[in-house]
Structures are given as structure tokens and as C-alpha cells.
Design a protein around this ligand. Structure first.
Ligand SMILES: Nc1ncnc2c1ncn2[C@@H]1O[C@H](COP(=O)(O)OP(=O)(O)OP(=O)(O)O)[C@@H](O)[C@H]1O
Ligand SMILES: O=C(O)[C@@H](O)C(=O)CO
Length: 426
């Protein structure tokens, strides 16, 4: 838990479809001064949240649809049963895997009693991350998501930037648009447009967003909505600012540190390249594991050799042509599963070797690692970049973990997290 305790029911209950995304939204809300409780995996029935904002991190983005729906419904029911005033479905700012977002939104709409008075907002935009939506098209920087490197995810590649079309293919509800020309007029005009869409039987409203002020408008228009959906941006705007918040802690730099990376995003590739210029990194690909090599054992031997002199890296991170070759050889799912299980085993071994500061790059990878380490609940501590923060697990080792979302963080993030003087941290 971050920021003290609260006996009142949570104002916002967030169901996040991956672990790094959960930390992203959690740290954005914490930076805005809210008390945030972050839980990994389906919450136990007897757990009692004690914060303004409760984030439940699931690994449902690429799960089979029925599992994604079942787990999301379970988490949302748990949050509503504990009095959550508003529900938020958190997905990626690049709208990863709409095939799961659609049915999960349908199930949560039914559960939350989305009453037909207004459609549920669909807002992946986070302008500060370069994700904007115009005329219902998702952009990354100055490119449509379908033309940007960020759209070439190993598991969920995107060839269509039109959000309404993507979502409509995965739901029976009608999907509409709140165009920027309306959003820019303010919250009252936006709320009226949502009412009008409801009158036309629209269940989901994609919203154009070009800047943070547009998010604030949507946040104000959706304040009374029982269910809202989007990335970290709209969640921050929904609750507004609550003050400076409590001070955040950071791990001691003397603690042994390591990074395990399964993210193949362009950002992670560059962050790792810069880290590798300073510290050793063991790299592998899943065909090595499939060939029967004890890759986890080799990686741990490598780590034990180098940990005495500083942090080390273990990575499957590779450029798109290598990932394509690996996937062609093994199949997409087997390749991913071999990477994730190897990195989870490596993480466990690193903890055994004394690592107490562990950076994990990639959402799927984080899900696998956190589950293997048995981390169920953490407090969100010092941010190292927007949406990327250290978390502290008081009930599990390695105590300090930093889950880095694939596309987030500046090129020096790994250096700053594991090597730089703490005063240099943001
Ligand atoms: N060399 C490789 N060959 C094939 N698949 C790989 C390789 N390296 C990683 N992968 C797989 O690619 C996927 C990367 O997804 P992951 O969610 O971990 O990173 P990301 O998408 O960059 O991060 P985020 O979800 O935070 O945006 C994982 O399932 C991983 O197992
Ligand atoms: O919005 C994002 O890109 C991240 O929070 C995320 O979901 C990473 O998996």
C-alpha cells in the first residue's frame, strides 16, 4: 500500500490487463497524491483493501478469451463487493489485443450495470507518452500505430489504427466516437455528446484526445460513470490531484541488482544496449531452450560470476527479424512461453543468489516473474520515469522490484535504476 491507510471504500477500483500496465496506472495515481494499493493476480476472497485506489493486476491481455473474461469479472466483482465507487478497465495505450478488450468490456458493462444512459468511454490516449487519438485513429508520436515500431509487438501486432473498427470486431455493442471538436468544447458538451450516443444505442464511445486538457475534460464528463476504460492517462484525470502524497522510498544502491528482460520493444532494446555498454548481459533466444540447453543454469552461472562487481542483465530481448525467426521456428506461443518460463526461473535463481533489486522489462514477462516469486501485494515507491516505479514487497523477496513497461522509459532508464546515484533519479 502506498500513502497510509483508509477505512473508506475505494473511490476507484482498477482491473489492469497486465502487470506493467497496472504499475503504470498505479504510479500515475500515486504521483497525483492518491493512496494506491497494488495487488498481483486474482485477489484472495478474504482480502480487505485499504486505499483510495485499488489496482488489481491480471495477466489477461494475451490469455484465452474465456480466461480473460473470467478473471476480469472475478477481480471487478471483488472490487465492487468492497464498495469501489467506480470501476476502471486498464489496457495499453497502444490498445493491445482488442480481441480480449471487447469481451472483457462487455462482461464488465453487464456487471457494473452500465445502464444505457451513457456509453462506456474507450480512451487509450496518453499524450505525455506520445499516444493520441484523432478521428478515432490511434497515433504513436507522428505515426499511426499501425505504422509505428510500437505497433510491431511480438504477440499482438497491429495493422489497423481505427479503434472503433477494432473494438466493433470484438463486441456486439455499437461503438461510436466523441470527436475532438466536441471534446475541446468542454465537459458539458462531451457529456451531452455521450447522452446523444446512448440515444442511438451506442455502448462504447471512443474519444479523441490530443493533449492532457482533453483528458481532464473526459475525466470531468465521466466522473459519475460506474465503468470507465482506458490507459493510465484517463485514470489520472478521473480522480484529479490529491496533493503531494507521501514520500517515496528507493532501494539502497548497495543491494545486489539485476535486470531480466523479455520485452522486445524499441525502447527496451536501446535501454538494454546502454546498460550493456557498462555492465555484462547474458542474451538468449528461445530456440536455445527448445534445443535442450540449460539456459537458466547458464544465465545464473554468468550472473554469479559478475554480481560481485555490480548489476547484471539476462535478456531475450531481440530485434524484430530475430523474433520473427524464433517464432517461425517454434510458433509464437511456444517461443513466448519458453522465454517467460526461462526468465521466471532465472529471476528465482537471482533471488537465491542474493539479488534484492530486480528490474523486469515487459508486461508478459513481469507477469511470469512476479507469479514465480510469489509476490501478491506491494507498495508503490520511487518513480524512475513516468509510469515506471520501484515497488516494495514486504512479504516476499527480492523486496525491491521495478516493472518496466516495454514502451516506457527514456534510453538511460536501466542505468539510472540500477547504477546511477540516487540523486539523479526523478
Ligand atoms: N527472442 C524472442 N523470441 C520470441 N519471443 C520473444 C523473444 N523475446 C521475448 N519474446 C516474447 O515477447 C513477449 C514480449 O512481451 P512483454 O509483454 O514481456 O514485453 P512488452 O510487450 O514490450 O511489454 P509491455 O507489455 O509492458 O508493453 C513475451 O511474451 C516474450 O516471451
Ligand atoms: O499503456 C501502456 O503502454 C502500459 O501501461 C502497458 O499497458 C504496458 O503493457
Amino acid at each position: 500500500m502506498s500513502g497510509g491507510t483508509s477505512a473508506a471504500p475505494p473511490r476507484l477500483g482498477v482491473v489492469a490487463d497486465d502487470y506493467t500496465g497496472a504499475l503504470d496506472v498505479g504510479s500515475v495515481l500515486r504521483e497525483r497524491g492518491h493512496q494506491v494499493e497494488l495487488r498481483f493476480g486474482p485477489p484472495p476472497p478474504d482480502a480487505r483493501p485499504a486505499a483510495d485506489v485499488v489496482v488489481v493486476a491480471l495477466k489477461t491481455r494475451t490469455a484465452p478469451r474465456e480466461d480473460a473474461v473470467g478473471q476480469s469479472l472475478g477481480a471487478a466483482t471483488w472490487l465492487l463487493d468492497r464498495g469501489a465507487v467506480q470501476l476502471y478497465l486498464k489496457y495499453a495505450a497502444t490498445f493491445e489485443n482488442p480481441a480480449n478488450i471487447g469481451p472483457v468490456l462487455d462482461a464488465l458493462s453487464d456487471l457494473a450495470g452500465a445502464d444505457g444512459r451513457h456509453p462506456v468511454l474507450v480512451c487509450p490516449a496518453v499524450p505525455s507518452y506520445g499516444r493520441t487519438v484523432y478521428q478515432g485513429h490511434l497515433f504513436v508520436g507522428d505515426r499511426l500505430v499501425s505504422e509505428a515500431p510500437e505497433g510491431r509487438h511480438p504477440l499482438t501486432p497491429k495493422d489497423d489504427p481505427r479503434l472503433a473498427r477494432l473494438l466493433a470486431a470484438a463486441t456486439h455493442r455499437r461503438v461510436g466516437l466523441v470527436p475532438w471538436e466536441v471534446v475541446v468544447e468542454g465537459a458539458a458538451a462531451t457529456a451531452a455528446a455521450l447522452d446523444e450516443l446512448a440515444g442511438h444505442g451506442v455502448g462504447y464511445a471512443v474519444a479523441d484526445v490530443l493533449c492532457d486538457a482533453d483528458l481532464d475534460t473526459l475525466g470531468a464528463a465521466a466522473r459519475g460513470h460506474r465503468l470507465v476504460s482506458g490507459a493510465a492517462g484517463l485514470a489520472g484525470a478521473l480522480l484529479g490531484r490529491a496533493g503531494a502524497g507521501p514520500p517515496a522510498a528507493a532501494p539502497d544502491e548497495d543491494l545486489a541488482g539485476a535486470v531480466v528482460a523479455g520485452s522486445c520493444s524499441v525502447q527496451t532494446q536501446e535501454q538494454l544496449r546502454r546498460f550493456e555498454a557498462v555492465r555484462p548481459v547474458f542474451r538468449f533466444v528461445p530456440t536455445m531452450v527448445a534445443a535442450g540447453r540449460d539456459v537458466a543454469g547458464e544465465a545464473l552461472a554468468f550472473a554469479r560470476t559478475h554480481l560481485p562487481t555490480g548489476p547484471v542483465g539476462i535478456a531475450a530481448t531481440a530485434p524484430p527479424e530475430v523474433v520473427r525467426r524464433e517464432q517461425a521456428a517454434l510458433g509464437v506461443e511456444v517461443a513466448a512461453q519458453l522465454v517467460e518460463s526461462t526468465l521466471a526461473a532465472v529471476a528465482e535463481g537471482l533471488v537465491g543468489a542474493g539479488v534484492r533489486r530486480l528490474v523486469v522489462a515487459g508486461g508478459e514477462t513481469s507477469g511470469a516473474v512476479v507469479a514465480r516469486l510469489g509476490i501478491a501485494r506491494v507498495s508503490i515507491e520511487q518513480a524512475v520515469a513516468p509510469g515506471v516505479a520501484w515497488v516494495h514487497a514486504s512479504e516476499a523477496l527480492p523486496r525491491w522490484v521495478l516493472l518496466k513497461s516495454g514502451p516506457l522509459g527514456d534510453p538511460d532508464l536501466l542505468l539510472r535504476a540500477l547504477l546511477a546515484d540516487r540523486r539523479a533519479q526523478r
